[in-house]
Ligand binder design. Structure first.
Ligand code: PLP
Length: 395
C-alpha cells in the first residue's frame, strides 16, 4: 500500500527542483520559480489518470473532503449518508460543514450497501458519501442509481483507493466529485495532501476558490488583484509536498502492478482454506489491491485466526476492534466530546449517535480480517508469508 516504501531519486529530484528556486508557494512568483508548478502538474496528471476534467490538490484528504462538500453546496443542516466503516475524517468533514452525518450499513464489499440507503433517506438528506475502503470498490453503480432516483448528490470518498476502477472507470468519477488522500501512509503520498476530482466546471471553480481563501485566481501575477467570489479558508498544499506526490503519482502503475501481483499470489494460496471466503469485489480487475480482506465463519474463529496470524509474524488488522475505522469505538462522537460547541448541534434533532447500532455491518466486521499488501515484499517474503498463513489456519 504505502508509496513511502519506494521513495527514490525521482522524489529527490522533484523536491530539489523546488528547493533550488526557493518558491514553496503554488501560486505566483513566476519570475523566480523557473517554470516549476508542482501542484499544477500533479493536478494535470491526476486528471489524466482518472480521466476527469478537473482536479484540485490541497493539504490533506480531510481538507479535500471539506472542500468538496463546500464546492458541491453541502452545508448547515444537510444530512449526509456515510458508512460506519471508514476513517474518522469522513464524518469530521461533514461535521465541519455544519452538516449531519447519518450512518448506514455496509455489505460484503465492506462499503456502503445500496440496498439499505432508502432506510435512512429523509427530507433533509442531501448527499451520499460512499467510502471505497481498503483499495477496492463499493457497488458504486447501484449507489449512483439510488442517488439519481432520489435527487441526491453523490460524493465519493476514494481516499484509500487511488488507481482503482469499476468497469474501467476510475473510482471518484461516478458522482459530482471524488476525493483522494495522499497522506503519509496512502498508496501515493505527498507526506500530507489530498485531491478532489470532478467533471463539473462549477464544482472545480468553487473548490479552487474555497481552498484558497476564496481567491478566484484571475488577478494575474498580483494575487492582491484577485477577487473573492465566496468565503473560503486555507487548505493549500505546499510545492514541496506536491513535488513528492508528483514523483509518486508517476510511479502509480508500478505500484498497482506490484500490489496486484503480491495480493493475488496470497489470495490464490488461501483460496482452498475451508474457513475462508473473500470480500466481494464488484470488479476484481479494478481492485487497487492494497489489502486482501477475508471473512471467517464466526467472530470467535476470526479472533483466533487474528491471534494465530500475529503469533506467526503476519498480523492483520481486525477492524471491528479498531479505534479509528469502525463506529463502535468512536466514543468522542458518541459522547459528543468536542473542544467547543459545533455548528451541527444548532440544527437540532441529531441522530442518536450514542446508541447507534449497525447490526448488519457488525455481523460482517466481526468476521473480517484484512491483510495489508506491501510493495517492498520480495518473492521470498510472499512465499514465507503464505507459509505463515497456512500454519495459522492449522491452529
Ligand atoms: C486517509 C483517509 C482520509 C483522510 O485523509 P488525510 O489525508 O489523512 O486527511 C479520509 N477518508 C478515508 C477513508 C481515509 O482513509
Amino acid at each position: 500500500m504505502p508509496g513511502f516504501e519506494i521513495f527514490g531519486d525521482e522524489e529527490r529530484k522533484e523536491v530539489t527542483d523546488v528547493l533550488e528556486t526557493g518558491v514553496l508557494f503554488r501560486y505566483g512568483f513566476e519570475g523566480a520559480r523557473n517554470g516549476h508548478f508542482k501542484a499544477l502538474e500533479f493536478e494535470k496528471k491526476l486528471c489524466k489518470i482518472t480521466d476527469s476534467n478537473y482536479s484540485h490538490l490541497c493539504s490533506s484528504g480531510t481538507a479535500a473532503l471539506c472542500t468538496a462538500l463546500a464546492a458541491c453546496g453541502i452545508g448547515a443542516g444537510d444530512e449526509v449518508i456515510i458508512p460506519g466503516f471508514t476513517f474518522v475524517a469522513t464524518f469530521e468533514a461533514i461535521i465541519n460543514a455544519g452538516a449531519i452525518p447519518v450512518f448506514s450499513e455496509i455489505d460484503e464489499t465492506l462499503c456502503l450497501n445500496p440496498d439499505r440507503l432508502e432506510d435512512v433517506i429523509t427530507s433533509k438528506t442531501r448527499a451520499v458519501v460512499p467510502v471505497h475502503m481498503c483499495g477496492s470498490m463499493a457497488r458504486i453503480d447501484e449507489i449512483k442509481n439510488v442517488c439519481d432516483k432520489k435527487g441526491l448528490i453523490l460524493l465519493e470518498d476514494a481516499c484509500q483507493s487511488i488507481g482503482a476502477a469499476y468497469q474501467g472507470k476510475a473510482l471518484g468519477t461516478f458522482g459530482l466529485a471524488g476525493c483522494f488522500s495522499f497522506d503519509a501512509v496512502k498508496t501515493v503520498t505527498c507526506g500530507e495532501g489530498g485531491g478532489i476530482i470532478t467533471n463539473s466546471k462549477e464544482v472545480y471553480q468553487k473548490a479552487d476558490q474555497y481552498a484558497d481563501h476564496g481567491h478566484d485566481h484571475l488577478g494575474g501575477p498580483d494575487r492582491g488583484a484577485d477577487d473573492h467570489p465566496i468565503i473560503g479558508t486555507n487548505y493549500r498544499i505546499s510545492e514541496l509536498n506536491a513535488a513528492v506526490g508528483l514523483a509518486q503519482l508517476n510511479k502509480l502503475d508500478r505500484i498497482l502492478d506490484t500490489q496486484r501481483k503480491n495480493k493475488f499470489a496470497i489470495k490464490d494460496a488461501m483460496a482452498d482454506l475451508p474457513d475462508v471466503s473473500f470480500r466481494y469485489i464488484p470488479d476484481t480487475k479494478g481492485d487497487s489491491a492494497t489489502f486482501l480482506s477475508f471473512f471467517l465463519p464466526t467472530e470467535d474463529r476470526a479472533r483466533q485466526i487474528a491471534k494465530n496470524l500475529a503469533d506467526n509474524g503476519v498480523g492483520c488488522p481486525y477492524w471491528y476492534d479498531n479505534n479509528w475505522h469502525y463506529y463502535k469505538k468512536w466514543h468522542h462522537l458518541k459522547e459528543m466530546k468536542r473542544s467547543a460547541k459545533l455548528a451541527f448541534e444548532l440544527t437540532g434533532n441529531l441522530p442518536d449517535y450514542k446508541n447507534l447500532v449497525l447490526e448488519e455491518s457488525d455481523n460482517i466486521m466481526k468476521r473480517t480480517l484484512s491483510m495489508q499488501i506491501m510493495l517492498s515484499w520480495t518473492k521470498e517474503d510472499v512465499e514465507n508469508r503464505i507459509q505463515a498463513i497456512m500454519k495459522s489456519f492449522k491452529g
